[in-house]
Design a protein around this ligand. Structure first.
Ligand code: ATP
Ligand code: MG
Length: 272
């Protein structure tokens, strides 16, 4: 099989005495979506931050294109082609679409027209990039980011990352605050990014979103990779159970059944 774009080998991460990630081994290939699942506090954000140059692993290795890398800043990870899109990160409500598309892009890197900001050209490029992703409702680069829906903002951020040559796209709960229709736009764009050969890491709490786009699933429970499987290997119920902490729920179910069997069908009192 081809070399994975991103590979984690025996990655541990502690913050002082607090161990957050334990011995994580994961690979993500080009043209593949890895869904990272797990309950609140399982370590998902910490894991992607070690890929995005925000945190350094305490031990273990991160490889990019098969070579070990150590990022000393998010910018370094970005320059290698690892783009991270946070829920509302990287966008500014009072900035125009065209302007925000080029924020942080060094004019010296082949962007001749932007040595002095060229509004018309910037708008053209930004609108085209977004429309190429199928978001045809965005047709005016002068519109302010603040006037876009959450889904459109996410889509713009993803289109931007792809336009500037990202090879790895990391999305930390991009659909969490979105309605059904907007979320489906974002999911479609994720599939388009995959089609263009990016490796995508997608964090979500929603099983249906995960099952719609995921090729490969990793489930974190208390900082350890409790399950690592491919599309079709587990049912929706099994995935839901794993996402919610798995065994804890199974145990709870058994406890409740036993109690009810011996208490005339009454549910147990809540535990404090
Ligand atoms: N900088 C830090 N210092 C100390 N502990 C941290 C730090 N960052 C995260 N943690 C701890 O690590 C654990 C995992 O946090 P993380 O944010 O990675 O979880 P998560 O899986 O993204 O959760 P959620 O689904 O709620 O976003 C938590 O217990 C958190 O308190
Ligand atoms: Mg998180």
């Amino acid at each position: 099989m081809a070399t994975p774009i991103i590979e984690l080998e025996n990655v541990d991460k502690s913050f002082g005495p607090i161990d957050v990630l334990h011995n994580i081994n994961l690979r993500v290939h080009a043209g593949e979506v890895l869904c990272l699942l797990g309950d609140n506090g399982a370590g998902k954000s910490t894991l992607i931050k070690t890929l995005a140059g925000v945190h350094k692993p305490t031990s273990g290795t991160v490889k990019f294109d098969g070579k070990p890398v150590e990022f000393s800043s998010p910018k370094e990870a970005q320059e290698m082609g690892i783009a991270t899109v946070h829920q509302f990160g990287g966008t500014f409500p009072l900035m125009s679409i065209g302007r925000s598309f080029f924020v942080g892009v060094e004019p010296t890197k082949g962007w001749g027209p932007f040595k002095r900001y060229d509004r018309k050209k910037a708008n053209e490029i930004a609108v085209k990039a977004v429309q190429d992703f199928g978001i045809t409702r965005i047709d005016d680069g002068d519109r302010l980011i603040g006037g876009l829906s959450g889904g459109e903002r996410q889509s713009l951020a993803i289109a931007r990352a792809v336009h500037f040559g990202a090879r790895v796209l990391i999305l930390d709960e991009p659909t969490a605050a979105l309605g059904v229709k907007q979320a489906s736009h974002v999911l479609r764009i994720v599939l388009e990014a995959r089609k263009r050969g990016l490796a995508v890491i997608f964090i979500t709490h929603q099983v249906m979103h995960a099952m719609t786009v995921g090729d490969h699933f990793g489930v974190l429970i208390k900082g350890a990779l409790a399950a690592d499987f491919r599309k079709g290997e587990k049912s929706r119920e099994e995935i839901t159970d794993l996402m919610a902490g798995g065994e804890a729920l199974a145990d709870l179910g058994e406890e409740v059944e036993e109690y009810m069997a011996s208490h005339d069908g009454h549910a147990p009192p809540a535990k404090h």
